[in-house]
Ligand binder design. Sequence first.
Ligand SMILES: [Zn+2]
Length: 552
Amino acid sequence: MKITDNGHATAAALLRREIPLGCGSGGNDVTVFLRTEEDAGKNPDGFRIEGSGGDWTITGYGERGLLYGVGKFLHSGKQEEKEFFPRASGGDVFPDCPFRAMYFSIHFYNWYQQAPEDELREYVSSLLLWGYNAIVCIVPVINLNSFDEPLFHASVSKAKKVFSLCREYGMETGIIICPNQGLKSAPHEFDADLTYNLKYRGKAGRNLCPSNPAALEYLRGLWNGMLGAFSGVGLDYVLTWPYDEGGCGCEKCRPWGAGGYARSASELRKEALKYYPDAKFIVSTWDFDASEDEGEYSGLYEKLKNEMSWVDGIMVDNQHEYPRFPLEHEPVKPVVNFPEISMWGLYPWGGFGANPLPRRFERLWRETRRILSGGMPYSEGKYEDLSKIQCAGYYWSAGASYRETLSEYFSWYCPGADPDALVRMCELIEKNHVGVYSGLEPDADAYTEAARIAREQNGRIFTPGRDEWRWRILYIRAVLDEKRYGYYYAHKSENELMLRLLVRHSGEMLKEDAQAQEYFRELCGYYGCVDYNGENQWTHPPVGGGYPEKRI
Ligand SMILES: [Zn+2]
């Protein structure tokens, strides 16, 4: 492939890095002309791809639009074993949603915490090429006694590394702050009142009462510590979070979401503007009115029209089904979602490989897209890569279907395979993932067929795709599912809890299976796992059967 970069060095470098196997080394000749076309009337994230035969031009309406164009040029092209055939975009392509962020959770020795810079760079830029424009991280106050601890510096340092990669690729950055979360060492006279109607919420970490002036002053100090840590690299978004860390049920603070939380988010904004005068503010409503209407949504909506009109957007989602209030009321501010792509229905997270749930995410998207301006999937590692790309598909084209997005994903990462067969395999994996989580016995036809497709398609994928982690974690998932569901049917009469163990502790079922053990170790390699240390049971594949001493 010959590239005329016209000074667009980043786009050219990414194109060169991602160039398909064989192209330019005896394959067909493709020349690519990179250019930007500034147009004040057009979204700078947009692009178009034109050409035919061997001559192609990628035009971005801004520098980042050019990068998205490069991504689409690669992902939508057709790869043969030694040849690459680009496809025109058929006109301008613009994203439907402006907010297309990814939340990197950096903790529990997960891949983000462990990843070396070169792997992080590859990953951040791959998310960019699929259409994301921001990455958000958190400072783990919940685990800290003081900001002098190595954990604080390690977390900030990793987040800054991620953010500096974002800057290289023109992406935006943000952090989440739980505004009433204190350090573990916070004085007890600042404590929140957790006795009133917070249900299971408010139980994580040291939650303080921001209606107590001394506690608020203490919290202000913490906010400054966190905000100041990123002044070198800059923040474009500050997000506030109400629960699981967070919550106070005292008379002055309740209902928390419309009371103490809303007020402390306003106080936090004043501090944040000192560091980042152009930052945008997103207020999360996670777990608002979780078990009954306490006036959290209705109260916040009223404030958003008045004293909190400065809010740029609200984040709305839930672990299971989407909250009803925002769907049943006119949005006051742009609404973005927070898809739970990481932990739903199977532990350890990513412990059995990839976790595709395409039908679930498509249903949730279609039920909610009319109020959404984008979103931010919750990520614990690389194993949910496929769901991240599925979400990006919706953020770019609200009418997208998972079949087309996943087909593109497989055409790109698994060349030689039949994309339709791999989409079918994901549907079958999901069928049992959802079914078993909801208490149904595994469908034997589904898991047998998923494993058959995995083995058949494995023989068709060209190298290096066949040996790359994206395919391996999917292949391993299909084969491990066949093994653990098969174990269930062979042994279910021995233990009445066997069906429930499939969701949380099925690693123990495979501790005598040498091939399964080999696959678990292979997954550990992809995730950069350290040996079990008492804190990584959520993110560590169950080598040797798992870690029953720290069951969750
Ligand atoms: Zn309070």
